[in-house]
Design a protein around this ligand. Structure first.
Ligand SMILES: Nc1ncnc2c1ncn2[C@@H]1O[C@H](COP(=O)(O)OP(=O)(O)OP(=O)(O)O)[C@@H](O)[C@H]1O
Ligand SMILES: [Mg+2]
Length: 229
């Protein structure tokens, strides 16, 4: 099976009161293209750390993150900070637990922002409107995020993560702050717009029931990835 993301001896440590705290230990793993990988692990096991390395928000202490783009593998870890930011803006979408919307921008402006930053404002506003209609918020374009429910805010965040048509979508506990029914609806929408549309989705979660929707279930234990089943 083709993979989209490949981790090679990926390690991350933090200095903690003068001691080395090793969070990820030389992980080798390949994430299949167009599939949904669900990542479990107890609190503090390093799920967010791993997603932040794959997105290039953070840098590893050792090893590499490779991402397939136009038929070749790009070494994300070999890029400069600026190059990684540009790569992320073009190819990666991220959904967070606490939505991370900008309170002073409208719903439409929040969703269009990633494309505006890439200098394609016109396209961004059109794509943003289409996506907001698809997530059921076509009549809330000019509302501010604090007027929306948690589930609605997360739908805006999903639209924002997809507005630049990324190869890869990373989600860090996207339903962690929602009640069960709202979380189910947000998950269904996220799967429809990512995996079902051929995109690769990697999601960290504590919600066991999400595993049954996943193509691959992983556990982060003692700094290593272990496949379930
Ligand atoms: N900037 C940092 N400096 C020092 N230690 C850090 C830093 N960021 C994370 N850690 C440590 O790395 C470990 C993994 O943290 P991480 O946030 O990745 O866990 P997690 O699996 O996402 O947990 P949760 O399920 O609670 O979100 C923790 O022990 C945490 O304290
Ligand atoms: Mg986390």
């Amino acid at each position: 099976m083709r993979h989209l993301v490949r981790l090679e001896q990926l390690s991350k440590s933090y200095q903690d009161a003068g001691r080395e705290h090793r969070v990820l230990h030389a992980i080798d793993w390949a994430f299949p293209q167009g599939k949904f990988t669900c990542l479990f692990g107890r609190s503090g096991s390093g799920k967010s750390t791993l997603l932040n390395l794959i997105s290039g928000i953070d840098r590893p202490t050792g090893g590499r993150v490779w991402i397939q783009q136009d038929g070749r593998e790009v070494d994300l870890t070999g890029l400069t900070d600026r190059q990684r930011t540009l790569f992320r803006r073009r190819h990666i979408g991220i959904v967070f637990q606490f939505f991370n919307l900008i309170p002073t921008l409208t719903v439409l402006e929040n969703v269009a922002l990633p494309v505006e930053l890439a200098g394609r404002g016109e396209v961004g506003r059109r794509r943003a409107q289409e996506l907001l209609a698809r997530v059921g918020l076509g009549d809330r374009l000019h509302t501010y995020p604090d007027r929306l429910s948690g589930g609605e805010q997360q739908r805006v965040a999903i639209a924002r993560a997809l507005v630049h048509d990324p190869l890869l979508v990373l989600a860090d506990e996207p339903t962690g702050n929602l009640d069960e029914g709202t979380g189910d609806a947000v998950l269904a929408l996220l799967l429809e717009l990512t995996r079902d549309a051929g995109k690769t989705l990697i999601m960290a979660t504590h919600a066991r029931e999400i595993a049954r929707h996943a193509d691959q279930v992983l556990h982060l234990e003692h700094g290593r990835l272990v496949a379930e089943g």
